[in-house]
Design a protein. Structure first.
Length: 135
């Protein structure tokens, strides 16, 4: 596996969409003043479900064009993590006026690596073995 197999136009578009769609969905739960329309813990739970489901679907699509292996799963997950973090820092952090340190504690690194980096590895194992033990 080389990096050119992972960093393709297809995987970049899917990584961008993995950020854009949940970002757009989040506007359904926030008013114009930035206040949540539902309790914040429910909002976070819903966003994890949206991101996880969408991310899983995108990973299945991505692995149709990428050779399945633990290394390719890890590389794709880290690439998408980087895309998501950069877009958050460019768009989300200024929009919600959150200090960067608070962002990384509350949103960025607290929740991103488990859901972004773990699923590609599990899906690559599932593709190789024909089944998955990942929950």
């Amino acid at each position: 596996m080389n990096i050119k197999e992972i960093v393709t136009r297809n995987s970049t578009v899917l990584g961008f969409l993995s950020w854009l769609v949940p970002f757009a969905v989040s506007f359904l739960f926030v008013d114009r003043t930035g206040q949540f329309l539902i309790p914040q813990p429910l909002f976070k739970s819903l966003m994890v479900v949206v991101f996880g489901g969408l991310g899983t679907a995108f990973l299945v699509v991505a692995f149709l064009r990428i050779a399945a292996s633990t290394l390719s799963g890890l590389a794709l997950g880290c690439y998408w993590l980087l895309i998501n973090l950069v877009l958050d820092l460019i768009v989300l952090v200024p929009l919600i006026r959150m200090p960067v340190g608070a962002y990384f504690y509350d949103i960025g690194l607290r929740s991103e690596p488990p859901r972004v980096c773990r699923r590609p590895i599990c899906l690559s194992h599932a593709a190789m073995a024909g089944s998955s033990i990942c929950a």
